[in-house]
Write a protein that binds this ligand. Structure first.
Ligand code: PGA
Length: 258
């Protein structure tokens, strides 16, 4: 099933989070969105998670809850860190690991990303592993080399039967208003799927969802989802606007023109 994920980054306090989720739920209800057809997940800041979880449960909303980061450790003297155990208790389904804003802004290398992915999987949640090349990588090595290396490093630590999602996010496309073309996204996602097949077998490769992220909006989402190897989108800025995010979730209407 396709997955549309909204990464709010460091935006919206817990009251604003409740308002946004309510508005999103209303707009999706208005268009009779079928959550069994396209899965929708939101990734609020840590301080909003409990409020959003409570709202989802009280109103029986079918949105999945995601977290933006996690500690590689499960408990102990790690001031400021958040354990995968805590996230799991909040009914969190997905956890982003290796987002470029963590890799580049916080110096997180492949080893830390792998340890975080493992912590998430061992607590029964699904790591959403972000991979992507910088503009310099693209010029020097082409688009796929860095994402493939990041993929390998991250899944090496995962238990063999662990579900994971890969988000291909070219760093140059994030928040830049300069999205990759649908063909560029397809090319890298196809290479990622082929590598997953080598590492985990054809069945896992076919079942693993590969998302594209980087300046996704309602006008361009359908182009990505039309590609054979793109199974969803990781949306940043545009997920903060309930109307726009709802239009992105309804990408099938743009694809089929229905
Ligand atoms: P953007 O962010 O949609 O604002 O480019 C995507 C992301 O960072 O996940």
């Amino acid at each position: 099933m396709p997955l549309i994920a909204g990464n709010w980054k460091m935006n919206l306090d817990h009251l604003q989070a409740i308002a946004l989720v309510q508005k999103l739920a209303w707009s999706l209800k208005d268009v009779k969105h079928d959550f069994g057809d396209v899965e929708v997940a939101v990734f609020p800041p840590f301080t909003d998670l409990r409020s959003v979880q409570t709202l989802l449960a009280a109103d029986k909303l079918s949105l999945a809850l995601g977290a933006q980061d996690v500690s590689p450790h499960l408990s102990g003297a790690y001031t400021g860190d958040i354990s995968a155990q805590f996230l799991s208790k909040l009914d969190t389904r997905y956890v982003l690991v290796g987002h470029s804003e963590r890799r580049h802004g916080h110096g997180e290398g492949d080893d830390i990303v792998a340890a975080k992915a493992k912590a998430v999987a061992t607590q029964g949640m699904v790591p959403m592993i972000c991979v992507g090349e910088t503009a310099a990588d693209l010029e020097e090595q082409g688009a796929a080399a860095v994402p493939l290396a990041q993929l390998e490093a991250a899944i090496a630590a995962l238990p063999k039967d662990a579900e994971f999602v890969i988000a291909y996010e070219p760093v140059w496309a994030i928040g830049s208003g300069e999205p990759a073309t649908a063909e560029q996204a397809e090319q890298v996602c196809a290479a990622l799927r082929a590598r997953i097949a080598e590492l985990r077998g054809a069945k896992v490769a076919a079942e693993t969802r590969l998302l594209y992220g980087g300046s996704v909006a309602s006008q361009n989402v359908a182009g990505y989802l039309r590609q054979a190897n793109v199974d969803g989108a990781l949306v940043g800025g545009a997920s903060l606007d309930s109307q726009e995010f709802s239009r992105i979730v309804q990408f099938k209407k743009h694809v089929t023109g229905a």
